[in-house]
Ligand binder design. Sequence first.
Ligand code: MLT
Length: 257
Amino acid sequence: MNIISVNGIKLAYTRRGRGTPLILVHGFPLDHTSWNEVAPLLEDRFDVIIPDLRGFGQSTTIESPYSISDMADDIAGLLDGLEIYKAAIAGHSMGGYVSLAFLKNHPKRVSGLGLISSQAAADSPERKDGRYKTAADVAEKGVGVVAEAMTTKLSADARVQEFVRRSINEQGKSAVIGALKAMAERDDMMSHLAALNADFPVALIHGDADVLIPVERSRVIKSILPSAKLFELPGAGHMPMMEFAEATIEGLMSLTQ
Ligand code: MLT
């Protein structure tokens, strides 16, 4: 992996292919490897840049609290380092929250937005409390508690479950805690999305069997932003880029059209 210094951390990333720059942002609590199956299929059309968000994979982090917006600004720093001004950005779940924050903070730098198994609304008070409880649990018992709680919810496919269980267990405790708190405090982005121009490319990719973030969350975005393209994947859970790679790619390809 390549490493770049941004905002006081070392950010790891991979880069492959040629064409429109496309940043793929992984979800919680995973890393760049969640894109391993789709990345090779995108490289004919895109210059594919895949970071490990702060603390995850091979990126370092800081102990003090940070936000989803800080994670988005890490990506801006990465693009600066690569001398790329404008890119499409597509995020999986938490990566979608980061992509939305990137769009909010750096609107002129975004040529298209993909949200995969994600949502634009902020957490309910109950969800927020739950995140702080999970963070306390992880501090006490380690990331294994998250692997146990999340693995079967991420996908019903045994192959994908094996991958995510291993990947979650490889992540650092402070990254998992930092991201839980950042997600709890993230902004609601619904009105921001609703205000986008109709010619701005937005792709919503969502499995109808997602038990973590229901497909209704993408349908509601489509209802406030009718120009968005909604790709509903029948039978897909929370990990469509591994469960239905071809259909996920079709959605991402729409960001260049
Ligand atoms: C993710 O997959 O990134 C998380 O489940 C998102 C969330 O907890 O809101």
